[in-house]
Design a protein around this ligand. Structure first.
Ligand code: HEC
Ligand code: HEC
Length: 331
């Protein structure tokens, strides 16, 4: 796996060198393959990401709401938490989340490690406590052995849990989309309509906010910049973190990578289709009503941003033992 990664990055470097001048002028950059990861932490983090025993019910894992078979989301307006509670906000994708300047719609977690501790103890999500989750893991001999191998101590702590999950999440990048192949010099990788869509995307100003490798994730911007956005959702965005009134309704600009897979759209999940999301963006962020043809071109372009989805062997989780605290799905 390490060898494969090196070969891949060497290849990318030489292709980049060949066409670097043209790429450098683009507001969108190709996704870099992962490098510098700790493979042992990744393997452990993968198990934890899929392990529903980190939740009180024994039923909800990170993958329940960030389903890696569905673009790292649940494809619901807002998520379903412990005891079928209605979640307050749409679940963003975990794909390429390592490229975000901060985590959550309002950026309240600085990085993936800080983020990963949240959902386990969130009463509306996995509804466990860090103590209980650690008791569960500590009771399972195969986990204590693996934590010891990876972190060198038999005492499992939450820091190790979130470290391993974050390291696994770093591998969830999606390089080699058709659009990236085009950026890297394969002019046949996208068709005329898709290219027209990209040119329009730049011309009308979408790239002011959706740029870089992830076409988003790099800044907080007001939803409803030109015209106010109407929603019944109570989320107020960045102001909840900074306390500044000027930050009300500023949300982290979502990535547009794999956006064909990550419906429905916006923090409230109210836009069911890409056509609708693009129309709203044109009007509210740029004061521009896109024609049907323009909208279809941009949507065609957005669909070229679907990259290689993470592929790995589904982890087999070590079984609980007699002493393992029992799941409580209905309390
Ligand atoms: C019950 C559904 C649910 C579960 C379970 C869940 N999440 Fe989330 N996740 C969400 C929602 C909803 C948000 C957005 C919350 C917000 O921004 O206020 C989110 C946000 C995130 C983000 C931030 C992404 C971004 O672009 O800002 C990451 C990363 C993430 N979750 C990883 C995890 C991990 C790791 C786990 C398991 C430990 C997990 N989630 C469990 C629903 C869930
Ligand atoms: C001023 C900054 C800004 C501009 C310009 C902008 N966007 Fe956005 N975009 C955002 C923000 C912020 C959100 C998240 C809004 C929310 O969820 O409330 C978003 C969300 C989206 C989404 C939904 C993604 C998801 O996963 O929920 C799509 C699709 C999108 N934008 C496409 C576009 C297109 C196409 C254009 C150009 C017509 C554009 N945007 C222009 C800031 C911007």
């Amino acid at each position: 796996m390490k060898i494969k990664a090196t070969v891949l990055s060497l290849l990318t470097v030489s292709v980049l060198a060949a066409s670097s001048s043209s790429i450098a002028n683009e507001p969108v950059q190709p996704i870099s393959p992962v490098k510098d990861i700790n493979l042992a932490e990744v393997e452990l983090g993968k198990k934890l990401f899929f392990d529903p025993r980190l939740s009180k019910s024994g039923f909800i894992s990170c993958n329940s709401c960030h389903n890696l078979s569905m673009g790292g989301t649940d494809n619901l307006k807002t998520s379903i938490g412990h005891k079928w509670q209605q979640g307050p906000i749409n679940s963003p994708t975990v794909l390429n989340s390592s490229l975000n300047i901060a985590q959550f719609w309002d950026g309240r977690a600085a990085d993936l490690k800080e983020q990963a501790g949240g959902p386990i103890a969130n009463p509306g999500e996995m509804a466990s406590t860090h103590t209980l989750a650690l008791d569960v893991l500590q009771s399972i001999p195969a986990y204590t052995t693996e934590f010891k191998q990876v972190f060198g101590s038999r005492e499992i702590n939450i820091d190790q849990v979130t470290q391993a999950i974050a390291e696994f999440e770093k591998t969830l990048v999606t390089p080699n989309s058709r659009f990236d192949q085009w950026l890297l010099g394969n002019k046949d990788a996208i068709n005329k309509t898709e290219l027209a869509g990209y040119n329009l995307f730049k011309k009308v100003g979408c790239t002011a906010c959706h740029n870089g490798q992830a076409l988003g994730g790099g800044s907080f911007q007001k939803m409803g910049l030109v015209k106010p956005y109407k929603t019944a959702n109570k989320a107020e965005g960045l102001s909840g973190v900074t306390g500044k009134d000027a930050d009300r309704f500023k949300f982290k600009v979502p990535t547009l990578r794999n956006v064909e897979m990550t419906y429905p759209y916006f923090h409230d999940g109210e836009a069911a289709t890409l056509t609708e999301a693009v129309d709203v963006m044109g009007q509210l962020q740029l004061g521009k009503k896109l024609t049907g043809t323009e909208n279809a071109q941009i949507v065609a372009f957005l669909k070229t941003l679907t990259g290689e989805q993470p592929s790995f062997t589904l982890p087999i989780l070590p079984p609980s033992v007699d002493q393992t605290p029992k799941p409580k799905p209905f309390d």
